[in-house]
Design a protein around this ligand. Structure first.
Ligand code: NAP
Length: 304
């Protein structure tokens, strides 16, 4: 009932294009050949018309018969036709257009690939800088817990619950750095002041439960509670004394040290600064003068 299906020969599209191109070329060359034959016949006719039939016998230009100009003009059109067939259509025909198109497409694709790679790189830079900004914002929100201390060459800081020296510029620096901030101190250091310092929030650490303090002074029982009470401050200062310094060195971010360049007898000392943990970021030397009996340097250390 169902006969065998007749097989249709499959022609490759590229082959088909080649065939079509070849057919076109044949047509173009045939037309050129016909043009050539017509030109020969036409030229012969024009010569005979003028010389034998005497058409336009007296019409001359620069003493040359008119048919010469007519033949030259036709020759020009014939050469133009031949040029189109052998040059223009050969090199700039459909195949040429196709080639140009694929070259252009290839170029565009390469550009798109390049753009994609650049975009990926850019995206990773943006992501990195976003991370960096986020970490900056986080760091900005984080308090810079700063120890502020004046220590002698032998790390002495106090004797009989008093400071050992009077250095006016050191006191000024203490005042200007801590101004407007929270100052965290041990009970003994607090008691070494005649009265609370103006324009600073005092946080006193003691193990006593009802330690009496003037109004405005905060009392806490641990160093952690002291830091918690100062958490709104961008830079709370730990101002001593020896016991509190020892406990806070591990949690501080910065040390503002006034190093007095002499040894002193003392009962309270600052712990050694471990230079594998801390790096010096600022150092200003101060000579002796009428207000300063000792040479000293302002040093800043930041955690590495
Ligand atoms: N050169 C400087 O820059 C500088 C700066 C500040 C002070 N100083 C000197 O340092 C000396 C005072 O230092 P210091 O070591 O003797 O005393 P301090 O550190 O000022 O205070 C010690 C007191 O703080 C309380 N405390 C300590 N650790 C605590 C903890 N973990 N939890 C609860 N409370 C705690 C205790 O108070 P309670 O006993 O009430 O429980 C302790 O007796 C003085 O000579 C002062 O002049 C020098």
């Amino acid at each position: 009932m169902f006969g065998k299906k007749k097989e249709i020969p499959q022609i490759d599209p590229a082959q088909l294009e080649l065939i079509q191109n070849a057919q076109n070329r044949i047509k173009q060359k045939k037309r050129l050949y016909i043009h050539f034959v017509l030109f020969l016949i036409g030229a012969l006719f024009l010569i005979l018309a003028n010389t034998v039939l005497g058409i336009g016998e007296h019409f001359k230009l620069f003493d040359i018969n008119w048919f010469v100009f007519a033949i030259l003009l036709w020759l020009f059109f014939f050469i133009y036709h031949a040029f189109n067939v052998f040059i223009t259509h050969k090199f700039m025909g459909k195949a040429w257009e196709q080639k140009q198109l694929s070259t252009l497409v290839e170029l565009q694709q390469r550009r798109i690939e390049k753009l994609k790679t650049n975009l990926k790189k850019e995206a990773s830079h943006i992501a990195q800088s976003d991370l960096y900004n986020e970490s900056l914002i986080e760091n900005e929100n984080k308090s810079v817990v700063t120890i502020i201390v004046a220590a002698a060459q032998n790390d002495a800081i106090g004797k009989g619950n008093k400071l050992i020296w009077h250095l006016s510029d050191d006191l000024k620096r203490f005042k200007s750095l801590t101004n407007g901030h929270h100052i965290i101190m041990g009970r003994k250091t607090f008691e070494s002041f005649p009265k609370p310092l103006p324009n600073r929030t005092h946080i006193v650490i003691t193990r006593q439960s009802d330690y009496p303090v003037p109004e405005g002074v905060i009392v806490v029982n641990t160093l952690e509670d002291a830091l918690d009470a100062a958490k709104t401050d961008t830079q709370p200062f730990i101002i001593g004394g020896g016991e509190i310094y020892r406990q806070s060195l591990d949690i501080a971010d910065k040390i503002e040290l006034t190093r007095v360049h002499e040894d002193f007898e003392a009962d309270t000392f600052f712990p050694k600064i471990d230079l594998s943990i801390w790096k010096e970021t600022a150092n200003t030397f101060h000579t002796k003068d009428e207000n300063h009996k000792h040479e000293f340097s302002f040093l800043t250390y930041e955690r590495k």
